[in-house]
Design a protein around this ligand. Structure first.
Ligand SMILES: C[S@@+](CC[C@H](N)C(=O)[O-])C[C@H]1O[C@@H](n2cnc3c(N)ncnc32)[C@H](O)[C@@H]1O
Length: 268
């Protein structure tokens, strides 16, 4: 593993992340997700020891939905977030964007099987194919480590309406080095187990170290809140689950768009 980052310097961190992982993001990740798409949802239930739906329940608790709101789910994968949001409020207009056709193909089937419609686009979230001030809510779950996150946050600011909210859930780097060491060891075991159980292909096998190193170089929950504030978000709050191994964030774009969509359940 690489030496720890100077966590006080976000720009340096982003440059280093791009230097270390840019190649994976550009050349490998799409093959990895094409490989894992058929078993992605089952593998996550196994790897999280059944906690996957518990994480989603906590994430859903950060939303306060109203009929007619327009929602964009970034890196939507198999549409877990869109399906769950429509389960809570069927009168939402939900858009999904993901670079992986294979993940979205599974997502479209999952939504259709529940009689739900999620408008799907295949594309890179660093350049969103949507007009300015278009969405009431933007969400991002389990994907921020794979992105040039500062560039994506600028796009999120652009497409959100004033007063709209951003909701984030991801595996993060625990701020305690002892817990982080234990966590990375556990994840290494999980990646090996799921690779064996689900007969992962070459692309997914080749990226096992990347998944842990990308997490090691990512933000803690507190640091991610600071990044959101730096990008102009207000009312930034976060909640740490499992000693910071998973972090939930919600933040609002400055301006007024009716009552806030974020529940005041997260600490600022
Ligand atoms: C771990 S999955 C998360 C899927 C989903 N959000 C969930 O909650 O299960 C990560 C997803 O991010 C997508 N992704 C990674 N980089 C991307 C990019 N630059 N643009 C769009 N999608 C991307 C992958 O294709 C994959 O579907």
């Amino acid at each position: 593993m690489h030496a720890p980052l100077p966590h006080d310097n976000e720009q340096l961190r982003e440059q280093l992340r791009v230097k270390l992982f840019g190649h994976y993001w550009k050349h490998d990740l799409n093959d990895v997700f094409a490989d894992v798409a058929p078993y992605y949802d089952r593998a996550n239930v196994v790897a999280s020891l059944g906690l996957w739906s518990w994480f989603l329940k906590h994430f859903l608790a950060t939303f306060s939905l109203r009929p007619g709101q327009r929602v964009l789910d970034l890196c939507a994968g198999t549409n877990a977030v869109g399906i769950a949001l429509l389960g809570s409020e069927p009168a939402l207009e939900v858009f999904a964007i993901d670079r992986s056709e294979a993940m979205q193909a599974v997502g479209r089937r999952r939504a259709a099987a529940r009689g739900l419609h999620i408008e799907s686009s295949i594309g890179d979230v660093h350049r969103l194919p949507f007009p300015d001030a278009h969405f009431d809510i933007v969400t991002l779950q389990w994907a921020s480590r794979h992105l040039r996150i500062e560039a994506v946050m600028d796009e999120v600011q652009r497409v959100l309406k004033p007063g709209g909210s951003f909701h984030h859930c991801d595996m993060l780097r625990p701020s305690s080095p002892r817990i982080a060491r234990w966590y990375f060891g556990y994840l290494r075991g999980c990646l090996n187990l799921t690779a064996w159980l689900f007969r992962s292909g070459r692309a997914a096998l080749g990226c096992r170290n990347y998944f842990i190193e990308a997490l090691d170089k990512f933000y803690s929950a507190e640091e991610f809140s600071a990044l959101l504030e730096k990008h102009g978000f207000v009312e930034v709050g976060h909640k740490r689950l499992l000693a910071g191994m998973v972090g939930l964030h919600r933040a609002r774009k400055a301006g007024w768009a009716g009552p806030s969509t974020a529940r005041p359940s997260l600490r600022g």
